[in-house]
Write a protein that binds this ligand. Structure first.
Ligand code: GLY
Length: 379
């Protein structure tokens, strides 16, 4: 792996595959992207586009938080480059995020989260419900407490995938939609992909960015232990009088106002395989959870409901780097696919071009699961 004009075959044209393709194509690489459906679909559409490493910090995930925060740091210049290259506004908004509690139990849990965030040195503030409501009038009256997270932002993920497709095409990248990949054939010099229709395509590198479907591709001997975690969401249409400015995260749901008038309310987290039904229970959970923290959303028209699958690895962290000879993984982004797009695109593109793995990616290599398997076998 060394030259910028090498041919890279990317399996999966969601936000991760497209962003890697765009990075490679705009620096002179030859890129073919394959998607089982339409480019930019699936989780890239259903996501709410939150760029919120501080709000989404989990107790056991400090190493992942460092990667998430680095990617958030890269988002403004990534968005500016993409907008300049394609002329598409990607709706990056920097108003910050409220994490709120609606009763005493939720306030206790929020307090524990706040202490942990403080221990990690994050830029967050503890506010009363009334203080939060003075800043964001669409918050529910009577909230128990809030964390103000001024550095957690959002982007319009649907606009991003539109822009990325335009960028890939502008730089002569080729998008093969409705072309499922059945298998990859690892090889250090000429790896290949095989389509479901039986066509074999060779390149210099194969990148697997197939999200929740990464595990179902033959030829990788279980190197990508990815499972689907279903998320159901609903999209409402704002009105002239509904002027929610901030991302609001409640105990049961988040509410995210977008520049184009959509308000995304989500999302369930269900481990039930690949059933993508939007269920009555999912709608109820999202609506009740959203209403508890932003009651005004009950007056909004329902634009659409949707469901897709977060790709989660065994440790819920992304899977980045060499997976087999000539094959590179860029998958397993779980709850952080949109957030992790810049760092994934830039570091995986660099690896494809130079063979050098950056310190950012090093802890997240697929090989970490080999160690787990052999430890279990030895025990
Ligand atoms: N990061 C938001 C979600 O996974 O629902």
């Amino acid at each position: 792996m060394s030259h910028n004009n090498q041919r890279t075959l990317i399996v999966g044209a969601g936000i991760i595959g497209l962003s890697i393709g765009w990075e490679l194509a705009r620096s002179g690489g030859r890129v073919d992207l394959f998607d089982a459906g339409e480019a930019g679909g699936g989780a890239s559409q259903v996501a709410a586009g939150m760029l919120a490493p501080d709000a989404e910090l989990e107790f056991e995930e400090t190493e992942l938080h460092a990667l998430n925060a680095e990617s958030r740091r890269r988002w403004p210049s990534f968005a500016a480059d993409l907008e300049a290259d394609t002329g598409t506004d990607v709706g990056l908004r920097t108003e910050g995020t409220f994490i709120v509690a609606d009763d005493r139990d939720a306030a206790e849990a929020l307090r524990r989260r706040y202490r942990f965030q403080q221990d990690q040195g994050l830029d967050v503030e503890w506010w009363s419900g009334d203080e939060a409501r003075a800043r964001e009038s669409f918050l529910a009256p009577g909230l128990s407490a809030a964390i103000w997270s001024p550095r957690d932002h959002q982007v319009d993920n649907r606009a991003v995938v539109e822009a990325l497709q335009a960028g890939v095409r502008k730089h002569q990248g080729r998008l093969h939609e409705n072309t499922p990949i059945k298998a990859v054939e690892p090889d250090a010099r000429r790896p290949a992909v095989v389509t479901a229709a039986g066509e074999r395509v060779e390149g210099d590198t194969v990148v697997v960015a197939a999200g929740a479907w990464s595990r179902s591709i033959d030829g990788l001997d279980g190197a990508l232990p990815i499972r689907p975690v279903k998320g159901e969401a609903m999209v409402l249409s704002t009105t002239p009088t509904f002027d929610l400015r901030h991302v609001v995260r409640g105990p049961e749901a988040y509410v995210v106002p977008k520049n184009d008038g959509r308000v995304v309310v989500g999302a369930t987290a269900e481990e039930k395989g690949f059933n993508d039904d939007v269920t009555a229970g999912g709608l109820y959970e999202n609506l009740e959870g959203g209403w508890e923290v932003v009651p005004g959303l009950l007056d909004l028209a329902v634009d659409c409901t949707c469901a897709s699958f977060r790709p989660a690895s065994r440790d819920n962290a992304p899977v980045l780097g060499p997976a087999a000879p000539g094959v590179v993984a860029a998958t397993g982004h779980y709850r952080h696919g949109v957030l992790l797009t810049p760092v994934t695109a830039q570091e995986i593109a660099r690896y494809v071009q130079t063979g050098t793995l950056s310190d950012w990616v090093e802890p997240f290599q697929p090989a970490r699961f080999d160690t787990v398997s052999s430890d279990i076998a030895r025990a």
